[in-house]
Design a binder for this molecule. Sequence first.
Ligand code: TRP
Ligand code: SF4
Length: 348
Amino acid sequence: MASRILSGMRPTGKIHIGHMVGAIDNWIELQKKYECFYFVADWHAMTTETDTSGIKQNTVEMVKDWLSAGVNPEKSVIFIQSLVPQHAELHMVLSMLNTLPRLERLPTYKGHLKQVLEITDPKIEPTEEQIDRARSKISYGFVGYPVLMAADILAYRADGVPVGEDQDPHLELAREIADRFNRLYGNVFPIPESLHTITPRILGTDGRKMSKSLGNAIHPTDTLEVMSAGVRKMLTDPQRSRREIGGNPNVCSVYDLHMAYTSEERNLEIHQACNTAQIGCTECKREAAAQMAKKYEGYAERRAVWDGRERQIIEILMEGSRKAREIAGATLQQVREHLLIDYENITA
Ligand code: TRP
Ligand code: SF4
């Protein structure tokens, strides 16, 4: 069973309900039982974007959300990746333990290749020549970012990592790297497991992945009116073309919202009522928006309290980063000992 938890999030600024349901809610649950480390993955942000001008502000805005949602710096260590240089040090060591082709086989990398090539149809595979062209536009740092992620995890010797399912291949890589190190140099790292929530990923108001840049996000700070307008646009069962035919909630993104915000009992009723056409989508959407708004009652006010107190947020992050450096520093000392490059222990 997991005892030390670690997770990170890229500094994207104000967070949306996808982050809440997919990550933050889980972080808060885990912090009740385990020793937790939550960090702002600012170096990760740099792997896809050379413009670094928004990172600092986005970090502060995102952490305002963490704190308002209930991530508690008294219980969990909250920190900034780049303030803990041990992540970079370990990344470098671990980069010797896997091959380039292994990294190029990861689905996130392949997806990014296609993005560079502007291939939107998932069925189309790029040609050799296209791949070569795209590769020449992708940085060394980007290819290695899953190794950095492994270093993030292993620096704390974490054994539980709450992530979305899209990150599972990276966790698998982290396990491989940990095992490789342990076999070559002796046992230092626990083998980390990914921890998932049961709630499915919340899609955006246009049916695509919810994301700030796509403009399809709903925020916990939104008013009921704004939330309702967003939910009204969300995609429902495409087969349910008319109110009179029953629907299938399992293929409906509004039902995913119900799974996240509505009681289990009521969910069963909705499921049934949708199947038998006793509830219409308009009504069902209105209820989902209302449940969501109820969950975030008082949230916007709680968050607004942090406006003008950015300095205090930074202090929390500095203090957390100091604690993180202590833990990660101890791991790195062990790593150097196992690599037999602990020069202070020279004999004869
Ligand atoms: N790669 C993750 C993402 O894009 C963020 C992340 C970086 C992370 N390092 C991590 C998550 C370590 C968990 C553990 O969502
Ligand atoms: Fe989705 Fe609700 Fe419509 Fe069923 S009734 S398809 S669950 S929005």
